[in-house]
Design a protein around this ligand. Structure first.
Ligand code: SAH
Length: 345
């Protein structure tokens, strides 16, 4: 039996069949996404016979890890096959950030990322992407309609290699009659799948775009992100220049600083030049270390100097690492269980 989560109104109408009046599909949609029920039995508006016989497809926590900084990392179980996926909530009094996954594992082979070591297990369905948002909002009593929550698709996986499901989930998450997030508070991050960036630009409802740049030359990027052999740096920059931005919208460029590899002043100046004609923001991330990751963290001096150089031309922020102690930080999501944690501070 197909799970209901992830279905839009048309899908629901089809599933309910022609014997059920069309407005029932609207009521199901409202119950699933606006009321965020975890059980259809709760839905008083539905006749009893429609409340049973459906599988919702909600996600449940297999494990929960809480960091000393308040970050919570969930391993959520996917009801379809029992695999787990990572979802991270970084609470903040002004603006909490919810980091969700798009795939189980990842097929992109970035040399500094732990998720890459898993390889790709499978794509998430639209329902499994929406399900992560519903789970965390319900668990933490977060109101998606408030201005205080951001969603970033920066968890496990390469979202643009699962673009169809990502966009379907986005439509439901950002539908005012659905979950009700504003697309302005949602960001999708990519390693640089050029044709899919173009496709994303054409979508009617889409999250904001972030690019994992991570290098200042083609040669350097090939070495740490081998996908650059297929999608060259110059072409990536070109597609960003042509990306249809809304008024006041920016593209965020993430840059993982790897000590002694891509963190020199010359790198910073090259990044500034590369992004010269793009409405850009730069997010610097000091490497989060992990077992088997053959790179060092940058020194504080390098981070400060890199930041200062880029900042002269482009708004630039240093991303605060969150949840490193529980392997919840960028590039650390690998279904790691507590007994595997090694001391990394
Ligand atoms: N595949 C997408 C979504 C993952 S986002 C993408 O590549 O953008 C994860 C972000 O964390 C990326 O910007 C990536 O460059 C960064 N990252 C990966 N491994 C990291 C590590 N070990 N330390 C710090 N940042 C890392």
């Amino acid at each position: 039996m197909a799970s209901l989560l992830g279905m839009d109104e048309n899908d629901l109408r089809e599933t309910l069949g022609t014997k059920v009046p069309a407005y029932r599909a609207k009521q199901f949609y409202d119950a699933l996404y606006r009321q965020r029920v975890s059980n259809l039995e709760e839905v008083a508006a539905l006749p009893l016979e429609l409340r049973s016989g459906h599988q919702l497809g909600s996600l449940e926590a297999a494990e929960t890890y809480t960091s000393s900084d308040g970050t919570t990392r969930y391993l959520l179980r996917l009801p379809e096959d029992g695999r787990t996926v990572e979802t991270v909530l970084m609470p903040d009094p002004n603006r909490s950030t919810l980091c969700i996954s798009s795939q189980v594992g990842c097929p992109v082979d970035c040399q500094f990322c732990l998720t890459a070591k898993m390889g790709l297990e499978r794509n998430l369905t639209a329902g499994e992407i929406v399900g992560q948002v519903l789970y965390v909002c319900n668990k933490h009593g977060l109101d998606p309609r408030s201005q205080h929550v951001n969603i970033v698709m920066m968890g496990m996986g390469e979202p643009l290699l699962n673009l169809k499901n990502v966009l379907k989930a986005t439509k439901i998450i950002c539908d005012d009659r659905g979950v009700g997030f504003s697309p302005k508070r949602m960001t999708v991050s990519t390693a640089g799948i050029i044709p899919k960036i173009e496709e994303l630009g054409q979508a009617k409802v889409r999250p904001k775009l972030a690019i994992s740049l991570n290098a200042s030359t083609e040669e350097q990027r090939v070495a740490i992100m081998p996908i650059t052999r297929k999608y060259h740096l110059a072409d990536l920059i070109k597609v960003c220049k042509e990306f249809p931005l809304k008024p006041r919208e920016h593209i965020t460029f993430e840059y993982v600083l790897l000590g002694g590899v891509n963190d020199t002043d010359a790198d910073a100046r090259r990044v500034t030049r590369l992004l010269g004609n793009i409405r850009a923001k730069v997010n610097l991330i000091a490497l989060n270390p992990g077992p088997g990751i053959p790179f060092e963290m940058p020194t504080e001096e390098r981070v400060a100097s890199f930041h200062a150089i880029v900042m002269e031309k482009i708004p630039c922020f240093v991303r605060k690492p969150r949840g490193r102690d529980i392997y919840a930080a960028c590039g650390q999501l690998k279904k790691m269980a507590a007994e595997e944690f090694v001391h990394i501070h």
